[in-house]
Design a protein around this ligand. Structure first.
Ligand code: G3P
Ligand code: MG
Length: 253
């Protein structure tokens, strides 16, 4: 991740592994993102009922798994109401592709010598344990240099920093913010992750000047990626990394 500060090109990250390539937040889809040439992947992490960090975006299993079919009586299928062993039995599409644990996701990333942006989601009352378990896994698997931990929740980022002084942190924001550099520096983070629709050129300039890489999401078309790159954005997170990479490569030829 260190290289991102000085890098003049544009890094492409695979959002949820590359959500246009296959079921989101699965190892198989992340593999496709890797094969397409993405510089890193982004995943979302939450806690199971028995305290295992698992890779899933929504607070419920309804949209991305077959849990509602298997357990109609366990509505609303909140992620934290199921143990990891139960979560493992649900498929993202019938018969295949299940919810990975963070341990598996980190292990695959390490084997590929790839990079991963782990976004901490979940309920506020789970955050303390989720942060603790996530940091424990990152340390155990020797993944500190390959992980960028991010969150919309500043409290989560502060907690991460209290518990670990070296891991890289990213501040994710949905809305326009007045002083992004201060926000990043306040929580001793590395990067700023704005939603592209609220991003202004001036914001990117200020970040760049302060040595703060900007990682914009979710950027799915090459023209937007180009524009953002022109503004000084360091990386974009995309559902369609394969298309953006193709565009970058054809530019170089
Ligand atoms: O981390 C950037 C992006 O993933 C945040 O939005 O809802 O896709 O997790 P979401
Ligand atoms: Mg995310």
């Amino acid at each position: 991740w260190k290289d991102l500060v000085e890098f003049q090109g544009l890094w492409i990250g695979a959002h949820r592994g590359g959500a246009a390539l296959g079921p989101e937040n699965t190892l198989e889809t992340a593999m496709l993102g890797f094969q397409a040439g993405a510089h890193f992947w982004e995943l979302d992490v939450q806690l199971s009922a028995d305290g295992v960090p698992v890779v899933i975006h929504d607070e419920t299993l309804a949209r991305t798994t077959d849990a509602p079919v298997l357990y109609p009586q366990r509505r609303p299928w909140s992620v934290w109401d199921f143990t990891q062993a139960e979560l493992e039995t649900f498929a993202a599409i019938p018969g295949v592709w299940r919810i990975p644990t963070l341990r598996e996701a980190l292990a695959v990333t390490r084997r590929l010598q790839w990079l991963v942006n782990v976004e901490i989601k979940g309920r506020a009352e789970h955050h303390d344990r989720l942060v603790r378990e996530t940091l424990a896994l990152i340390t155990e698997l020797d993944m500190v240099p390959r992980v960028l931990l991010s969150s919309f929740h500043l409290g989560v980022l502060r907690r991460c920093r209290e518990m670990h002084q070296e891991v890289k942190l990213g501040v994710v924001v949905k809305e326009a913010v007045k002083d992004p550099v201060r926000l990043v520096q306040d929580v001793k983070a590395f990067s700023f992750h704005p939603a592209q629709r609220h991003l202004r050129r001036e914001t990117v300039r200020r970040c760049r000047e302060a040595g703060v890489p900007v990682i914009a999401w979710t950027v799915n078309d090459a023209a937007s990626a180009q524009k953002l790159h022109g503004w000084g954005v360091s990386a974009v997170i995309s559902d369609r990394p394969h298309e953006l990479i193709e565009q970058e490569t054809s530019k170089e030829d």
